[in-house]
Design a protein around this ligand. Structure first.
Ligand code: FAD
Ligand code: SIN
Length: 540
């Protein structure tokens, strides 16, 4: 098998991976360079589609403070945030965002040249920076990709999927096996620091705002390697994805910032309904708005409710939301006049690989940053626009952490690693599957049984089916293409979500059970890890 060696290897080219690469090469003299491995093209990621913005607790914003941001984040997180992580990330915001601006990111400014801040649900002040109106992710990703491509010390390998981590018998990560779609070959990459920046799991659900790359690969790889996975029952459903038809499954987002600027939710009769659910109405925490819409849809047996943005001044509407207006116009909806059909869709993964805000995981040599990580920032429900902030702050802190690490490549390969390499060196003898059909039926199952509202019965039904599928399509399988590896990972991640949801016998934040409707007085995290092929679930 072909092999290569790099001091640092980053899996994923969203904002977390790109920014980490830039900060690491700037701070550390790497003996063997840095490699970014990414499944499709550089920058294709959840990050690229981020709309509303990035929380900026910056000195320029006189009406905001770290204390206020911490308070809002803890409140949205429904008692499950780690206050140290929240404070650490909030305090770093000013320095990191100014560095991002120096790196070339152009946040929107007013005519006087001052940064402009928008409002989203559950924020008590305007504190969200944005680019190109509603194209924040595209703006940041473009600036970071340009810098990565012009840096001679960063190598990029596209169309390549990480398929298994190389963990030695001392439980240290020594590298990764990848599958290169262009050559059709598996390859070995050795490294001293393997960084997972693989994003979320939205594609595990039928309706999602996430692009097709969001199949939970990082969580599945880390779980398989024996890392601790935390709080995976907390999947955030965004309340307002564009719902043109029930067959339209990868859904375009209608940003919360549209509600932040004044748009209202209406039922099928054109009546506002949010006051029935929360005193903050359209700007209540995201889980509450998503459940309110879901409940209206169920009650009336309809496939969407409506968002009325026409009450916002039309020149402001088009300037502030150019991407959303254009997408709606392409689908025959002039948002300054017509109502927008919207429905909830899987959007964000609050849980993930248990990590510190510097990216340290429970496995030496393995780091996790961005959406794949669970740092304790989001608790049971993420506050809007905190995710991009977490991506950049954790990438920044990871670079600091690695500047003290020994980054010389491990030369010793032991039997544990040799066994993994042998599996991928063997010829492929597997049958071919209709992967698209398999993926779709898993997504339907997860949406119907492990979605916005759950119960013991629905979760156990899903568990039985997923366990059976996993026994037929095992993790030992050497797959034929990227899609098969993704399906393998989607099965692992679905199983982790189901087990975590079964174990959380309460309703809290984004996790809502009809059989345990109250919040438990005791606050606990769900931890899952694999020990010697057996799953260990530990609720603590
Ligand atoms: P991603 O940006 O998802 O990048 C993951 C990368 O890993 C991709 O390049 C992917 O191809 C690659 N990858 C995955 N698995 C593998 C593998 N096995 N091998 C190789 N490569 C792999 N958050 C906010 O804070 N503000 C917003 O306004 C906002 N708007 C959003 C709008 C939309 C439509 C969506 C979907 C999300 C939004 N979010 C927002 C959430 C936010 O965008 C994400 O949480 C964040 O961008 C995640 O960044 P990341 O770098 O961790 O992962
Ligand atoms: C949005 O623009 O509504 C998405 C913001 C987020 O997910 O943080």
């Amino acid at each position: 098998m072909k092999y290569s060696e790099y001091s640092v290897v980053i899996i994923g080219s969203g904002i977390a991976g790109l920014y980490a690469a830039l900060k690491i090469v700037k701070q550390i003299n790497l003996p063997e360079g840095i490699l970014i491995i990414t499944k499709s093209t550089l920058g294709e990621s959840n990050s690229k589609y981020a709309q509303g913005g990035i929380v900026g607790v910056v000195h320029q914003n006189k009406c905001d403070s770290v204390d206020l941001h911490v308070k809002d984040t803890l409140k949205a997180g429904a008692g499950l945030c780690d206050e140290n992580s929240v404070r650490g990330i909030s305090e770093a915001s000013d320095e990191v965002l100014n560095d991002l601006i120096e790196t070339g990111v152009k946040f929107d400014k007013n005519k006087s040249g001052d940064l402009t801040f928008t409002l989203e649900a559950a924020h008590s002040v305007r504190r969200i920076l944005h680019c190109g109106g509603d194209a924040t992710g595209a703006g940041i990703t473009k600036a970071l990709c340009e810098k990565v491509l012009e840096n001679p010390n960063i190598s990029v390998q596209e169309n390549t999927i990480a398929v298994e981590l190389l963990i030695d018998s001392d439980k240290i990560c020594k590298g990764v096996i990848v599958y290169n779609e262009l050559s059709g070959e598996h390859e070995i990459v050795y490294t001293s620091a393997l960084v997972l920046a693989t994003g979320g799991v939205g594609q595990v659900y039928k309706y999602t705002t996430n692009p097709i790359c969001a199949t939970g690969d990082g969580v599945a790889l880390a779980y398989d390697a024996g890392a601790i996975i935390q709080d995976m029952e907390f999947i955030q459903f965004h309340p307002t994805a564009l719902a043109l038809s029930v067959n339209d499954k990868n859904r375009f987002l209608i940003s919360e910032a549209v509600r932040g600027e004044g748009a209202k939710l209406l039922d099928k009769n054109g009546i506002e309904f949010m006051s029935k659910y929360h005193d903050k109405k359209e700007l209540a925490p995201r889980d509450i708005v998503a459940r309110a819409i879901f409940s209206e849809m169920k009650k009336e047996n309809i496939s969407s409710v409506y968002l009325n943005a026409s009450i916002i001044d039309s020149s402001k509407l088009f300037n502030r939301f150019p991407t959303i207006s254009k997408k709606c116009i392409e689908n025959g909806i002039d948002i300054s006049k017509a109502l927008i059909p919207v429905a909830p869709a899987a959007h964000y993964t609050m849980g993930g690989v248990k990590s510190t805000i510097e990216g340290r995981t429970s496995i030496r040599g393995l780091y996790a940053i961005g959406e794949v990580a669970s740092t304790g920032l989001h608790g049971a429900n993420r506050l809007a626009s905190n995710s991009l902030l977490e991506c950049v702050v954790c990438a920044y802190q990871l670079a600091d952490l690695l500047s003290f690490a020994n980054l010389s490549i491990p030369k010793k390969i032991d039997d544990s690693i040799r066994k993994i390499i042998e599996k991928y060196s063997a010829p492929i003898s597997e049958d071919e599957y209709d992967i698209l059909t398999l993926k779709n039926s898993l997504k339907d199952l997860m949406w119907d049984n492990v979605g916005i509202i759950r119960s013991k019965e629905s979760l156990e039904k899903a568990k039985k089916i997923v366990d059976n599928l996993k026994s037929k399509f095992t993790r030992d399988r050497k797959c034929l293409n990227i899609e098969e590896y993704e399906y393998r990972n989607m099965l692992t991640v679905s199983s982790i979500i189901i087990d975590s949801a079964l174990n959380r016998k309460e309703s809290r934040g984004a996790h809502s059970r009809v059989d345990y409707t109250q919040m438990d007085a005791e606050v606990k995290h769900t931890e899952i890890m694999k020990i010697n092929e057996r799953e260990l679930i530990n609720v603590k």
